[in-house]
Design a protein around this ligand. Structure first.
Ligand code: UDX
Length: 450
């Protein structure tokens, strides 16, 4: 099927290239000319494991194209997937202006009726608004558009695998033709028939995903409800960690046992600096605002947000307790990305931590395996190290802010030698307290006995 993806951000690029990977003809477009130029020249604006291989292969095989003229790209697709950003407004509401722009353009330039699929995370009722805008702007050509909601559940760092082996595919539709088209689009995934670029030696036995058909309104809520629940789980684990610390319990042991209950599940119970990234915090906020505007008091979720915001204070207090005075101390921070395997620093707890320590007058050196380039644009008054050893040299403390595997596998004896004071504060519970103590470190983590 001929598909057009509007918006070449993270979701658009992964979605477009994976749809091409499973056999569709895909045109990706964006109104950011510089980004389109970069993509056309074969470079990717984001770091995402496996994505470069998929983009390179599908372009070479002629199924993926980057078209800088948005109107041309829109005209060409039988179905249009809207993947533009919906950043948070100061009120917490999602800014839907980019979706509105795309809808007006689709309505104006289309010459045939199309299926318009919202993939961007949007509040409930957006689908209905989208339909209204398309009808108004398509009236001159007497076109009727069908609208569907197809939320994405792609995690940064594993997005290609998530697209091809999803837990579920949600399609919110209002007519049979749209459902049929979406089933056809996802058939290779629901049948698990594709050459998997992630598992080159063959995929593990992963059950095929269920394609769940809902109304458009339900599909829109599912995304917010899923991400808000995940956020709540993390904040819950963080509160239990604080209590465990006070009571001399160990959060790892507690959550391991709690997570064995299939009604709870083992994931998203890791305590630490809290959740960040461009999805969880903003989806949580937008869901709370949506509830408020509809007269539903969702303070349960607001509390999850408050707990999350306090994680940095909590950690900085630990740093202060260990160092006594933070001002002018040489502190190394390992990790800037909001989680490992991505270069994304948007709403990153690690970046919040760095900014907080700068404001406290610390002398900071930072390192991240992938996010340095992006961080350079927004961090002033810090030194960037070429690797973890460089920032450990002569440091009074080393902080772990993102749980990259690379940090787990460092030569910690060497780090011990390099540091001015062998003090490690682990904001992500990455390392083993026993091993760190045995290596001679003063070591503090989150919710584990000191
Ligand atoms: C999220 C959702 O998981 C995905 O389904 C959705 O479609 C997009 O938003 P992503 O933003 O890539 O994905 O990040 P995620 O893996 O959910 O992690 C979010 C944050 O939570 C990170 O900062 C991570 O470090 C933190 N986290 C995660 C914890 O603090 N503890 C945990 O146990 C898990």
């Amino acid at each position: 099927m001929k598909l057009t993806v509007v918006g070449c951000g993270y979701v658009g690029l992964v979605t477009g290239s994976c749809l091409a990977e499973i056999g569709h003809d895909v045109i990706c477009t964006d109104n950011d000319a510089a980004k389109m130029q970069m993509l056309e020249s074969g470079k990717l604006p984001i770091f995402e494991p496996d994505l470069d291989g998929v983009v390179e292969k599908t372009r070479r095989e002629g199924r993926l194209k980057f078209e800088p003229k948005v109107a041309d790209a829109v005209q060409a697709g039988e179905a249009i997937l809207i993947c533009v950003g919906t950043p948070p407004l100061p009120s917490g509401d999602a800014d839907l202006s980019a979706i509105d722009d795309v809808a007006r353009l689709i309505g104006t330039v289309s010459r045939q009726p199309k299926l318009v699929i919202e993939k961007s995370t949007v509040p409930a009722q957006t689908g209905q608004e989208l339909k209204r805008v398309l009808t108004i702007y398509g009236r001159k050509n007497n076109l009727e558009f069908r609208v569907a909601s197809n939320p994405e559940f792609l995690r940064e760092g594993t997005a290609v695998g998530d697209f091809l082996h999803p837990d579920r595919i949600v399609v919110g539709v209002e007519d049979e033709k749209s459902e049929k088209q979406l089933r056809e689009i996802y058939k290779p995934v629901t049948d698990q028939k594709f050459n998997c670029p992630v598992h080159l030696k063959g995929c593990p036995p992963i059950p095929p995903p269920e394609l769940i058909v809902t109304t458009i309104n339900s599909a829109e809520i599912i995304k917010h409800a899923s991400n808000s629940f995940l956020a709540m789980k993390i904040s819950y684990a963080n509160m239990v960690a604080d209590l465990a610390e006070k009571l001399g319990a160990n959060i790892d042991e507690v959550m391991h046992a709690v997570g064995r209950d299939p009604r709870i599940g083992p994931n998203f119970l890791n305590a630490g600096l809290g959740f960040g990234g461009f999805c969880l915090p903003k989806d949580l906020q937008a869901f709370v605002r949506l509830a408020e505007r509809n007269g539903v008091d969702f303070s349960l979720l607001r509390q999850a947000e408050i707990v999350n915001k306090q994680r940095i204070d909590q950690f900085v207090e630990k740093v202060r307790r260990a160092l006594w005075v933070i001002r002018e101390k040489h502190i190394g921070v390992l990790g800037l990305a909001f989680k490992p395997n991505t270069d994304d620093i948007r709403f990153s707890p690690a970046m919040d931590l760095v900014n907080r320590l700068i404001s406290e007058g610390a002398s900071l050196r930072v390192y991240d395996p992938e996010a340095m380039e992006r961080a350079r644009h927004s961090l002033k008054n810090v030194q960037f190290g070429a690797n973890a050893y460089e920032i450990a040299k002569d440091a009074d403390a080393l902080l772990i802010a993102t749980e990259w595997d690379e940090f787990r596998n460092l030569d910690w004896d060497r780090i011990h030698e390099l540091m001015s004071r062998p003090l490690v504060l682990d904001g992500r519970n990455l390392l083993s307290p026993g091993a760190m103590k045995a290596a001679g470190f003063e070591y503090y983590s989150m919710g584990r006995p000191e």
